[in-house]
Structures are given as C-alpha cells and as structure tokens.
Design a protein around this ligand. Structure first.
Ligand code: V47
Length: 367
C-alpha cells in the first residue's frame, strides 16, 4: 500500500515508512500528510499555555557532551548557581500572580542538595499557589533522588513522595536518543533507556502523566531517530491499555551546539526540524499532541511547524537557562500570550489556552 493511502486510512507506520518519510524531498507533501494526522486529533485548534520555566541549579555530576548548561560543583565554584527553596517559591509565586497555570522545574544533578530540598520545594509552592500545576524533574533527576534519599529509595517511593508533596506531572527531558551507540558517544555516564522507561512506566502506573522528548540533530542517524519514536510508541500502547496515565505529548528537541562539547557539529537545519516534527506526528499515532518548543526552534520556525503536524507551542516560558542562542546571549526568553496567539492565528489555527493536562482554560476578560 502506498504511504499516503496508509496515512489517510490511519494505519500504523513501520520503521521503513518512517525512514522513507525522513528521506523524501517533497517537504510540502510531508507537511500535508502530517497535517491530516494532526487535524484528525486536534482539528483546527493549536494550543499554548501560560507557564514559567525554573532551572534551580546548573551544578551537575554528569558531563553530557550535548549539554552546555552544566557546571562541575566544587567548594567556591564560580559560574555555577543554585536557587534556594525561597527563591524557587518566589519565582513560582510571581508567575502565579501573573496568571501562570504551570511551572516547569528542572535542574542539574546537584551533588549536595538533599531529597528534602525537592519535596519542600513542591510543598511550599503548593501552599503559596494552590492551583499551580508543578511539572517537574526529568527521569534522570528522579533516578538521582532514589540514590540521594536516605535510606536510598525505589522509583515508586520517590514518585509517591513527590506526588504527595504536590508534583503534578513529569516533563519529558533526558530521553535523548534511545540507542546504545549514541548513548556511549554523547552521554555515556547518564542513565540509559531502561531507567528512563522505568521512571515513566512507574509514573503512569501511579496515575502521573508525563511527556516524552527526543533530542535530535547531533550524533544520531535517521534510522536511530525512527527507532526512538517506535520505542515511545510501544510504551504508550502499554500505558494507554493498562495504566491510569500515559504520555501527554512528544517534544522533539532541536540540538543547539553552542557552548557544548559537540559545538563542532552544525546542528539541525530548519528543514530537518520540520521533517522531524512531521515524522514524529506520523509515527506516534497514539500520542495526542506534538509540541514545538519555540525556545530551541525559534518562534518563527515553531509557527511554521503548526502546518507540519504540530498542535502545541508550549508557553510563555519567561526564562530558560539550559540553552541560549549565542546571538541572543540571554536566558530571558519570553513570548507574551498576545505574541503566541498572533503566531497561531496567522497559521490558520484557533489559539487555545490549555492547562498542563491539555484541558481548555477559560479565562474571564483581563485575567
Ligand atoms: O533533557 C540539553 C535537552 C532537555 C541541549 O516536557 C538540549 O514539556 C538542545 O526536556 N540543545 C530539557 N536540547 C528540556 C526538556 C523540555 C523542554 C520543553 C518542554 C518539555 C516538556 C521538556 O533539553 C534535556 C536535554 O534533552 N538539551 N542540552 C542542547 N544543547
């Protein structure tokens, strides 16, 4: 059967199909096919949320080659930072007062902070901002917490304690590319595929929704990208059929080489970004949402991607420390709601504010 017929009939695509889609030179046809799948799930709506990212520390025990964010910790280390719980709560409260529905909190694997720092952070944010959704801690941080908890704890214990403290969902970071070769080349000492999936499986079993990511455009091949997507699809099949929660969305992350040990690589081009977003939509037939993270893609390309299978622009963000474009050189990265709506409207979609679980947010005028 022809690939287009398969897509129109809503049939599941194979690894070969995914590779063929990546290789097509007809980028417009790829966009049209991804748009069919996108409209089937999301109609003419395009989502955004009012959120704020908080990166609590850049100290990290890992040395991933693709990361320009981490700083080694040592007594009196310069160039590194860690926010106190008070500072994190102050940032979350400020965002809440300005109308945010979500805080996205992640950081490096800090060698000294105790597990109580993270539980206290959640409890105090929830006390100060009862309706704010806390989306926090990648699978890699969760594994780190199992090791620093006293006594060491299981993934289930850590997630249960954080959930009770107010954690709402997990972001998708840390997945990178599920492949041993890529793992050894670009993030050797980081926990791998099996543990990333253990964390997400356990979260889903506990009723905690999570996101998934794919960091592309570094040392991986097209074939490896497609296997990554298929592994996520298989996991989603299991979660959707047997757990109370599953992946909310896929966030393909466009590699930014600046300031990393892989800075000699060119990084993905705009066409590669569009292709990857479109193929993610087409391969992941059991994911409802494909998110374009505009901080890494640029607002202009994220806007364009709405016609290549994307239905979500993430949010207002405000400050993002993990990647910054050298030409901009600042971690203040913010889009206003009006800017997000304009980008969406101009692409022919209806801007729709969502909460962290993709429920529509209805605001009264001016709130
Ligand atoms: O885990 C690190 C990636 C992730 C670079 O779940 C890099 O809604 C590009 O996961 N170039 C953190 N990417 C960001 C993340 C995320 C972002 C937005 C929304 C969501 C969500 C999740 O960023 C890391 C890593 O995979 N990353 N370095 C880099 N140089």
């Amino acid at each position: 059967m022809d690939l287009e017929d398969k897509i129109r009939a809503g049939e599941r695509l194979s690894h070969d199909d995914g590779v063929r889609l990546f290789q097509t030179r007809d980028i417009h046809q790829l966009g049209r096919l991804a748009d069919i799948a996108r409209r089937r799930k999301n109609g003419n709506l395009a989502y955004y949320n009012v959120n704020r990212h908080i990166n609590y520390t850049n100290y990290c025990v890992l040395r991933c080659k693709f990361c320009g964010f981490y700083r080694p910790w040592s007594p009196g280390a310069r160039d590194g930072y860690e926010l106190s719980v008070d500072e994190v709560v102050a940032r979350a409260s400020e965002a809440y007062e300005l109308g945010a529905t979500e805080v996205h909190i992640v950081g490096g694997l800090h060698p000294k902070l105790p597990f109580s720092y993270y539980t206290e952070m959640c409890i105090r944010i929830k006390t100060a901002c009862p309706h704010l959704h806390i989306k926090a801690f990648t699978a890699i941080e969760i594994i780190h917490f199992t090791r620093i908890a006293k006594p060491p704890a299981t993934i289930r214990d850590v997630l249960t304690e954080l959930h009770q403290a107010g954690l709402g969902s997990l972001p998708g970071g840390g997945a990178e590319i599920f492949d041993d070769r890529v793992h050894n080349e670009a993030f050797k000492n980081k926990v791998g595929e099996a543990q990333w999936f253990d964390v997400h499986r356990t979260a889903h079993e506990l009723g905690i929704h999570t996101n998934a990511t794919m960091l592309y455009g570094h040392v991986e091949s097209i074939e490896e990208r497609v296997w990554h997507l298929i592994k996520l699809r298989e996991h989603q099949d299991r979660s959707r059929s047997s757990s109370p929660a599953w992946f909310n969305c896929i966030v393909p992350l466009s590699f930014i080489p600046d300031g990393t040990a892989l800075s000699h690589l060119p990084g993905p081009t705009g066409l590669d970004d569009l292709r990857t977003l479109a193929v993610s939509r087409l391969m992941l037939d059991n994911f409802d949402h494909v998110k374009a993270f505009w901080v890494m893609l640029s607002p202009k390309l994220a806007q364009l991607s709405l016609n290549w299978g994307v239905d979500d622009m993430d949010g207002t963000v405000v400050q993002y420390d993990i990647t910054k474009r050298q030409s901009r050189g600042t971690t203040h990265q913010e889009l206003s709601v009006d800017q997000l709506k304009r980008l969406i409207r101009e692409s022919g979609f209806v801007p729709t504010e969502r909460d962290s679980l993709y429920r529509k947010v209805n605001r009264q005028e001016g709130v």
